[in-house]
Design a binder for this molecule. Structure first.
Ligand SMILES: Cc1ncc(COP(=O)(O)O)c(C=O)c1O
Length: 369
């Protein structure tokens, strides 16, 4: 993951103490910046944990022992929602979705209509293991009509990537992570809570201490955290949020949409199949490697010949797909280089295609952006 040099420079400066007015000023700035990127008037909590920590905190701060949760499981991270819920003793109903496909909101409505004991719907805005974008807005329209059901969204590869306006959509808890669109090293995660989620919090009896949002809110209002924050990362975050303001939320969304479109169309132009046909996330593109080659060889060649890192598929998609990221500090230059490198390694691996067609396609799309 590339961290912009401006951010690295800020993080390399001498460390400051967190119980000082200097740090509180930075924290105040960060609070406002997070509200901007979440598009909310609610507090956005900063947790010293990777994304999974905020996923766990979202559950622990809203639900209660014995509650039933409806989990959308269409990939590794959907599966993780189920695992966390079970670890907290919740009853889990999994809505299984075929990998590479988005959940149908009608299935969520059906499940909620059938079982009034369901207290929460948990979903990924962008399922990073498959490259699918789930329909958060449509799901929020369903949960928004029910006072007794909250919507918990994992936006770890969604916040800052495509529109997820927290207040407007009516999301109840939205989780983000530092090492994705936030262009930071791993170690921070974020979460916002709606009024409805706070109502759930009043009666929530799941164990919580370090990630207790009530304590976090009390401290945040004084521009601090209940326990020692990850000072260096918060300082980096302040710089990142400045960059976000400069670019603007909508332009960020547009940038990710353009870069992902360029890669998808380029891959089609060289005869490769996209793993997600109808509902691709703009955070990443998942590409089916030529079956006679397999994705492992493509990934290895990209790394060895070009120093480019792309990820393999997981579980059933391992060796089948490779995953190209568009989030973080990724430019048009990086994107075009990526496409050209994919063509080069595929050619080297003996794949027969219209060599150069992908780079041409990507460059056409990027030239109009
Ligand atoms: C959609 C999604 N959810 C959850 C996670 C888990 O986050 P972490 O590994 O930061 O705990 C990731 C990480 O890649 C992710 O992409």
């Amino acid at each position: 993951m590339a961290v912009p040099s401006e951010v690295l420079i800020e993080m390399a400066k001498p460390i400051i103490h967190h119980r000082t007015s200097e740090f509180e000023e930075i924290f105040a700035e960060v609070r406002e910046g997070l509200k901007y990127i979440y598009d909310t008037t609610q507090e956005v909590f900063i947790l010293a944990a990777s994304g999974t920590g905020a996923m766990e905190a979202a559950i622990a701060n809203t639900l209660s022992r014995g509650d039933k949760a409806l989990v959308v499981n269409g990939g590794k991270f959907g599966e993780r929602w189920g695992k966390i819920c079970r670890a907290y003793g919740l009853e889990v109903e999994e809505l299984m979705v075929e990998w590479g496909h988005a959940v149908d909101p009608a299935d969520i409505k059906k499940a909620l209509d059938k079982d009034s004991s369901i207290k929460a719907v948990l979903v990924q805005a962008s399922e990073t293991s498959t490259g699918v974008m789930h329909p958060t807005k449509e799901i929020a329209e369903i949960t928004g009509k029910r006072d007794d059901v909250i919507l918990i969204v994992d936006g770890i590869t969604g916040v800052g990537v495509f529109p997820l306006p927290f207040d407007e959509y009516g999301i109840d808890v939205l989780v983000g992570g530092s090492q994705k669109a936030f262009m930071l090293p791993p170690g921070l995660s974020f979460a916002a809570m709606s009024e409805k989620a706070w109502k759930f919090n009043e009666t929530s009896d799941l164990p919580k201490f370090y990630f207790d949002f009530k304590a976090a809110l009390k401290s945040a209002e004084k521009n601090t955290t209940p326990y020692t924050p990850a000072v260096t990362l918060v300082i980096g975050l302040a710089e990142v949020l400045k960059m976000f303001r400069e670019e603007g939320r909508e332009n960020m969304h547009k940038r990710h949409a353009t870069l992902s479109l360029a890669v998808r169309e380029a891959m089609k132009a060289i005869g490769l199949e996209l793993y997600v046909k109808d509902t691709p996330s703009t955070a990443l593109t998942t590409i089916v490697a030529p079956p006679e080659i397999g994705s492992g060889k493509v990934i290895k060649a990209l790394s060895e010949e070009f120093g480019i890192t792309v990820a393999n598929g997981q579980d059933q998609a391992k060796g089948v797909i490779f995953r190209v990221s568009h989030i973080g500090d990724i430019s048009k230059t990086d994107t075009l280089t990526m496409v050209a490198a994919i063509e080069s390694v595929l050619n080297g691996l003996g794949y027969k295609f219209d060599f150069g067609a992908g780079t041409k396609k990507a460059s056409e799309i990027l030239s109009k952006a």
